[in-house]
Design a protein around this ligand. Structure first.
Ligand SMILES: [Zn+2]
Length: 267
């Protein structure tokens, strides 16, 4: 179960950074409220009672509605073809974009917006918070929102931390930037990098009411640091090759697709 895997990872990170106040509860919960005020004391002097929702599921009460999310774009390589695939079914999704790529490909960003999709913040440069100072985390989060606003005119509602790795600084930066943290409950699973058939089988069987599906239309920092990561390109291509069949089977099973913002009411 990917959700159990995520919970385990979050608990591990919390333990590693000596964070208290975050009780990992039932896997049936659709989110947890992190006590940011309590954590803030480890990175700043001010105490508060603010809390921050972390979403990886919409409430099951939404019925057979789910959210598709795509990280690490926009790219010329993957995003336009993905938009065509979604358009064929009139599906609206949420794109967690890297700020540095938003600035490189503003035309692709505008096409995503024009097609009715939602854009979320995947930080400016896609560095894991696990290897950054609190100031670097804050800077990456704010610059990510800034670049999206410059191109689209709108500040994003959601933050998806790179690799889903969350530290105290992530939560404080998100709260201060009025961002909600969004993770995912389903993804490509453990299929081999190039095995799109296995990815497709896994995806087809992974949905339940309220699922948030995490896929990709980019290759992270290797887009602009060093050489494009060939293995990651293969891995991403397998995901997107699997998508059309997965969409058909999900639609046949009665699932409908919304942006995260449409699926999860603001707190
Ligand atoms: Zn990413």
């Amino acid at each position: 179960m990917e959700r159990r895997g995520f919970l385990g990872r979050l608990a591990l990170l919390a333990g590693a950074t000596a964070i208290s106040g975050f009780a990992v509860g039932s896997v049936e919960d659709d989110h947890r409220s992190a006590d940011v005020g309590r954590w803030r004391s480890s990175v700043g002097a001010q105490m508060s009672t603010d809390t921050l929702p972390i979403r990886w599921f919409a409430p099951a009460s939404v019925g057979r509605q789910v959210a598709l999310t795509f990280d690490d774009g926009p790219t010329e390589l993957f995003t336009p073809g993905l938009l065509d695939a979604l358009d064929r079914h009139g599906i609206r999704a949420t794109f967690f974009m890297i700020g540095a790529l938003v600035e490189r490909h503003p035309d692709v960003v505008r096409r995503v917006v024009a097609a009715g999709h939602e854009i979320g913040n995947h930080t400016y440069d896609h560095v894991s918070a696990a290897v950054q100072t609190a100031e670097q985390v804050r800077d990456g989060v704010l610059r990510g929102s800034d670049s999206i606003e410059r191109v689209t005119g709108t500040r994003p509602r959601w933050l998806r931390p790179p690799r889903g790795e969350i530290t105290t600084a992530t939560l404080v930066a998100a709260r201060d930037a009025a961002l909600e943290v969004a993770l995912w409950s389903a993804n490509r699973g453990n299929a081999a990098d190039d095995d799109s058939a296995a990815v497709g089988r896994h995806l087809a069987s992974s949905l339940r009411p309220g699922s948030v599906v995490g896929l990709h239309d980019g290759i992270g920092r290797s887009s602009w640091v060093g050489h494009p990561d060939r293995q990651l390109i293969t891995r991403r291509r397998a995901e997107l090759d699997a998508l059309p069949n997965a969409l058909e089977s999900w639609l046949a099973a009665g699932y409908r697709f919304q942006t995260l913002g449409a699926l999860i009411p603001s707190p």
